[in-house]
Each structure stands twice: as C-alpha cells, then as structure tokens.
Design a protein around this ligand. Structure first.
Ligand code: NAD
Length: 496
C-alpha cells in the first residue's frame, strides 16, 4: 500500500521506523566493519546526513570474498529450479517491502518517491525475470562425425563483484545480482558510498527468501577503500562495474592484472534526434522526461537534443515552457524533480554552466542553483536548456550528469545522424519521427547500444542494455545479461 504524502514527511525528522542497517552483510548477517569505522549518508534533498553505515576496508573485502568463495562450492551445485524458487520468493519479498525500500531509496538518493517506487518495482521484476531463467540455461550440440559426441554446457563464472553507482542503487544492484545468482555465481556487492542502504536490504531479503549464507555479501564504504581492493582481489572471477569512464579505466587496469572478466557500464551523452515530422506533443513530453527524470542523473539520459531546423523554434519554445513548469522539492514531497546527489555534483554541474556562460552560451531556461522552496536547503538545480551549441562545445561532448539539455540544430536528416554520432560515447539514442523507414535507418546508423523509437526509455528487463565506444562493453538485462555470468565449456568425446 502506498503511504500518503503527509505521513511520508515524518521520515524527514525520524527515520528509525526504516530500520536502516549499519553493518556490512557478510555470511548471512550484518557485521560491523572490522576496523569499527562508520560513515554518514546524506539526504541530498536536505543536504545533511540522515544515517550512518559501515566504512569497510580491504580486511572486510577479504572476509566477504572468502565467504562468497566458500559458498560458490555449493551454490553452483544447487539445482537450477531451487535457485529459481529463491529468486522468485525474493521478488515477492521486494514487493512486500516495496514502500519501505522506496522511502529508503528516496532519502538516500534524493529521487522523487514516485521514481523510487518505480525502481523498486523494477527490481522485483528483475528477480522475477531471472528466476524463470535459472532452469533454461541450455548449451548446444555440435555436428561431428557419427563416432563422436560434441556438446557445450554453460557453467557459472564463479565469484562476481558488483560495483554500483549512486544514481540507481536498487535497480543497478538487482540487475547484476539476480542474473549472477541465477547462473550459479556468488556475489560481493559494493554499493556507492552516497547510497549504501538498498543493496544491504536486498541481501537481507534474499536471505529471508532462503538464499544460503555467503552466496550474497555486501560490503559498504568508499571506492578507494572497498571498491579498489575488491576488483583487484585474486578471489574474484568477474567484475560488473557501473560508473564513470574514469573509474572504469582504473577498474579495467585492476582486472587486467588478474585477467578477470568484466562488464563495463560507463557514461553517456545520448542524443535525442527529433525530425520535422514527429508527433509534436508526445515528443516534447518525451524529450523533457529524457533529461529531467532523476534530475538528469541517468547514464542513458537524453542530454543532447538533435533537432531538425524546420521544427526547431516552435519545439524549443514548447519545451522551455514545459521545463519552467517543473516543480522542485524534496523527493518525499512528490515534486516533479528532486535534487542532485551531493554538493560536489551540484558544484560540478554549475561549473559546466558557468564555463558555458563564459563562452557566450544562451540559456532557454534554468541555469541556476535553486534551494528547495519549502525548506531552503538541499542540492537543487533548475531544469536547464542551453540553446544550440557547436559540435565541439564542452556541453555537447561531456557528460554533465545533471538536469541540463544541450541543443544541436541539424540542417537535415544526414546532418542529424552526423551530430548524433559526434561524441566519444555510444550508450543510447532516441529517434522521433512518423516515418518508420527513416527511424529504422537512423537506428541502423547510430552507434549506440540501444535505440528508442518514439518513446524514450522504451523497454524493460527483457531488453539487453549496454554501451558502445567509451560507454563501455558487455550487456546487462535480458538473456544476454545472464550470459555474462556463464562460461561456455565444450565437450567432445569419441564413442566408437
Ligand atoms: P563513479 O565511477 O564515481 O563510482 C561508481 C562506483 O565505483 C562507486 O561505487 C564508487 O565507490 C566505486 N569506485 C570508485 N573508485 C573505485 C575504484 N578505484 N575501484 C573500484 N570501485 C571504485 O561513478 P558515479 O559518480 O557513482 O556514477 C555516475 C557515473 O556512472 C556516470 O558516469 C554514469 O553515466 C555512470 N553510469 C552508467 C550506467 C550504465 O549502465 N552505463 C548506469 C548508471 C551510471
């Protein structure tokens, strides 16, 4: 049942009902950090700490990896149907606790409660989806001469590490943990230090659902103190990293040293290509949603509007009006848009905007810090649209990770394609047109891991997701995401 808006506000002064964990989750139970250290997590909607959690180090990582390695010996042999039942029960338990999880996510990440509820329901769906896949991991047979038998089988890769960013804490944790567990792997999760709680709560729910101790461990703390020793650990067989390109580079170097497999889900600067013949009203709504959902802090945010000249003026006017009507506020007050995640992130975004002003950029709307009107605190930035910028402008080329849309004006469709492909990123792209052949030509020619046609963010857990170019490699979600956690073994036998 959904909590009424007014009763949600009590969590601004007292979060004790939420029973937030303050330890790592290792070997089936919460444990204090070996060194006894803790750190504080901020509510970005208030700009102040609201709960503390364990600050781990390499010793805690060692404990978690040893626990997961021990558990791998039996989890890999647990019948696939039994693994599936545990994951299915976990999906039910996430649904049972959905409101608590959504409130925790809202306080910890700042996102509006409706978006947090959507993320929690997506996490439940992820466990449900992979629950059904556990007993369908089939190999194939090879056409050898009749005196041979040849076949392949899929085996779990082993102990997997999952490094999670702060923008989608529960969804990103779920989309790594569920397929890894489904494949028979054990997991060690390192949530972002800004948003540690929902990964811990997921581990607790998995245990309640029957997951044996050690199969899922969660260690909290900073990237340097926990993330770095985890990805460099010789007891780790696979790393799924979701985060920035710069940190991804460090993680890849650590993986290279041990030849550890990896999936890299990195940044984006995704184009939304709008052609003259689009459905005007729904495209305006989609373009706004693509950049202002979670204040633009989405790897796949549509942060560049590549728009054909014929529709440009009318579209920008309508989009600006829509952006100016967006309400800002603490996530628990159900605003249209919440804060950005931290003071550092706010200052980084404002740095981009100040430098753009220095280069003479014109702002269609926004561009300023805007404290929450109710409480006068928190890390808010106005929804911002910057008028057409040249291809080599910093606002076109760099991921800002905030509510900032940069316009690029295209002379025609070919020019739009060129602009869509003009950055080092290749995560997603949107295409809006009523000409379906055109849409599919653009989908074919844009270099991105996924293309949305006439609905930005279309698709669900069934659709594989991942980047091209510097947006990374490997895929999560879908059956493709499950393969990341499997090793293919070929067996050939002479039988005459
Ligand atoms: P980040 O790279 O700063 O941190 C990501 C995670 O890495 C955190 O848990 C952090 O503690 C950890 N970390 C930091 N240093 C580490 C190290 N040396 N070794 C191991 N782990 C380390 O990223 P962020 O600021 O938390 O997230 C924003 C970035 O993530 C953006 O660039 C965004 O595009 C990207 N992202 C990508 C996807 C995707 O699916 N492609 C999804 C969400 C976010």
């Amino acid at each position: 049942m959904l909590t009424q808006p007014d009763s949600l506000l009590k969590y601004l002064t007292d979060a004790s009902d939420l029973r937030l964990p303050d330890g790592h989750f290792i070997d089936g139970a919460y444990q204090a950090a070996r060194a006894g250290r803790t750190m504080s997590s901020e509510d970005p909607g208030r700009g102040e700490g609201f709960a503390s959690f364990a600050r781990g180090d390499a010793d805690d990582v060692d404990d978690a990896v040893a626990s997961s390695r021990k558990a791998f010996a039996f989890w890999r042999k647990t019948p696939p149907a039994e693994r599936g039942r545990i994951l299915a029960r976990t999906a039910e338990l996430i649904r049972r606790d959905s409101e608590r999880l959504a409130i925790v996510e809202c306080l910890d990440s700042g996102k509006p409660i409706a978006e947090a509820r959507g993320d929690v329901s997506g996490a439940a769906r992820t466990f449900e989806y992979y629950a059904g896949a556990c007993d369908k991991l089939e190999g194939s047979s090879f056409p050898l001469p009749s005196n041979y038998v040849g076949f392949s089988q899929l085996e779990p890769v082993g102990v997997t590490a999952h490094i999670i960013p702060w923008n989608f804490p529960i969804s990103t944790a779920a989309r790594g943990m569920a397929p890894a567990l489904a494949a028979g792997c054990t997991v060690v999760v390192k949530p972002a230090e800004l948003t540690p709680f929902t990964a811990l709560l997921l581990a607790e729910l998995l245990t309640e659902a029957g997951l044996p101790a050690g199969v899922c461990n969660v260690v909290t703390g900073t990237g340097t103190e926990v993330g770095a020793p985890l990805v460099a650990h010789t007891g780790i067989d696979h790393v799924t990293f979701t985060g920035s390109v710069a940190t991804g580079g460090h993680v890849m170097r650590a993986c290279a040293a041990n030849v550890t497999r990896s999936v890299m889900e990195l940044g984006g600067k995704s184009p939304v290509v709008v052609l003259n013949d689009c459905n005007f009203d729904s495209t305006v709504a989609n373009v706004a949603g693509a950049i202002f959902e979670h204040a633009g802090q989405i790897c796949s945010a549509g942060s560049r509007l590549v728009i054909e000249a014929g529709i440009h003026d009318r579209f920008i006017e309508a989009l600006g009006t829509r952006a100016e009507a967006i309400s800002l506020g603490h996530g628990l007050r159900s605003p249209d848009m919440g804060p950005v995640s931290s003071a550092d992130q706010r200052d980084r975004i404002i740095g981009f905007l100040d430098r753009a002003r220095g280069r003479g950029a014109e702002f269609i709307c926004g561009g300023q810090i805007s404290p929450d009107t109710e409480a006068g605190k928190g890390y808010f930035i106005e929804p911002t649209i910057v008028a057409a910028r040249p291809e080599d402008d910093e606002l076109v080329q760099e991921e800002i990770f905030g509510p900032v849309l940069t316009v690029q004006k295209a002379d025609d469709v070919d020019h739009a394609l060129h602009l869509a492909n003009c950055t080092r990123f290749g995560l997603v792209a949107g295409v809006f047109t009523s000409d379906f052949a055109r849409a599919h030509q653009l989908a074919r020619d844009i270099d991105a891991g996924q293309v949305y046609i006439n609905e930005y963010f279309a698709g669900g857990i069934e659709v594989p997701f991942g980047g091209n170019k510097q947006s990374g490699f490997g895929r999560e979600k879908g059956i493709e995401g499950l393969r990341s956690y499997c090793k293919l073994k070929s067996i050939a036998a002479r039988i005459d």
